[in-house]
Design a protein around this ligand. Structure first.
Ligand code: 0XW
Ligand code: MG
Length: 372
């Protein structure tokens, strides 16, 4: 099988809720870049990356799209099923830039699984269970507004809430108190600062919320600051943004720096490396959330397949990003039920991209032709 075409499309994803705020920054939507890889076998693979915003990580749509123009020519004519080799081909052509590599790598795994006649979860070693528990982020806002947002998410069936903190720790404590009082003891609560606090803020928050039951996630940005908080924290502790490489994960393991980690597919350049990080985390006795930074059904499908191929006893939860946005980019994704997400059962990602919604490609490279 040969790669004969690599095209990329742009799609704006407005938040259904109008906006989303985390780490004290508000966005009204995410800009998705969708990659299509065509082959001489008539199969096509699809991938997606939708950075949250340039404030959140070293990724933004313009950079992703410029990078795709560099990488695409490197892959034309090659066998898409050689996913490991093509990850090294991309690394040789481009140092780092994991968000650029992500949609290509996901599309290659889509093709690999299609060629094997397997859903991606099975191609990754098997589906453990049929559904993954979902959490829903409660966007950062005034405490009384977050209480109303939490009420909506609970009414929509979510039973795990991620309260966005990272602001003034005493106002954050009020945010959590209101959501906790509303949610009751049967709802799992996570307080995710996305690195918005200093260690001093985090310790003040811990002190103000001693009587509440929740998991603390990524209080500070710097790893060493999180380590100081971890040493003073008597509750379960998750690192997300600090879990940004295999080296970082090895350090988290050696330092006992967390009880769980979040493996964002785009932080690792796609399925190829995110799977390695996931497996290392599982074998290190850590709880694991596999997700990504955003996206619609194409991204959600990669998230669902990777989450379901994670051992159930080590899987925390995940996120149904496609339900955050008012625009869909693929059909055939199973409905979320009872606060849990299933993965498609058709070969590959198992969704049908709605190509007619994508408009003309923003870049396209064809084997033997010109590209750009
Ligand atoms: C909740 N998320 C998955 C959405 C944004 O990408 C940030 C991220 C998080 O872990 O907070
Ligand atoms: Mg997080």
């Amino acid at each position: 099988m040969k790669i004969t075409r690599i095209a990329a499309y742009g799609l704006e994803l407005p938040f259904k809720e109008g906006s989303y705020r985390c780490r004290n920054r508000t966005e009204t939507g995410q800009t998705s870049t969708i990659v299509e890889i065509g082959t001489d076998a008539g199969l096509a693979g699809w991938g997606e990356i939708a950075p949250l915003g340039a404030f959140y990580s070293e990724a933004f749509a313009g950079g992703v799209r410029a990078g795709l123009g560099v990488l695409a020519p490197e892959l034309l004519g090659r066998d898409p099923r050689e996913v490991q080799r093509l990850a090294r081909v991309m690394d040789a052509a481009m140092y780092g830039q994991m968000d650029v590599k992500t949609p290509i790598d996901i599309a290659l795994w889509d093709l690999f699984a299609q060629a094997a006649g397997l859903p991606l979860a099975e191609a990754l070693g098997g589906r453990d269970g049929h559904a993954v528990a979902l959490y829903r982020s409660v966007s950062q806002d005034r405490p009384e507004v977050m209480e109303r947002t939490a009420r909506r998410h609970l009414d929509d069936g979510y039973r795990r809430l991620q309260v966005k903190v990272g602001d003034d720790p005493l106002v954050d404590a009020e945010r959590l108190e209101r959501v906790a009082a509303l949610a009751g003891p049967d709802v799992a609560l996570y307080c995710d600062a996305n690195g918005g606090w200093t260690s001093q803020d985090a310790l003040r928050f811990l002190d103000a919320t001693r009587g509440l039951d929740y998991v603390l996630e990524q209080p500070c940005l710097a790893y060493e600051e999180n380590l100081r908080v971890r040493r003073a924290c008597a509750r379960p502790f998750v690192l997300d943004e600090s879990c940004d490489s295999l080296d970082a994960l090895v350090r988290i393991r050696a330092d006992g720096a967390a009880d769980g980690v979040t493996v964002k597919i785009s932080r690792f350049g796609g399925v190829t490396r995110a799977r390695r990080a996931r497996d290392l985390a599982v074998d290190s006795g850590l709880m694991v959330t596999v997700e990504c930074v955003g996206g619609a059904e194409i991204a959600s499908s990669a998230i669902a397949h990777m989450s379901l191929s994670t051992p159930a006893e080590r899987r925390t939860h995940t996120v149904d990003f496609h339900n955050w946005f008012s625009v869909s980019n693929a059909a055939g994704f199973p409905d979320v039920r009872d606060g849990a997400m299933r993965a498609p059962t058709a070969a590959g990602l198992g969704v049908v991209p709605l190509k007619e919604r994508f408009g003309p490609p923003i870049l396209a490279f064809d084997l033997g032709g010109h590209g750009g």
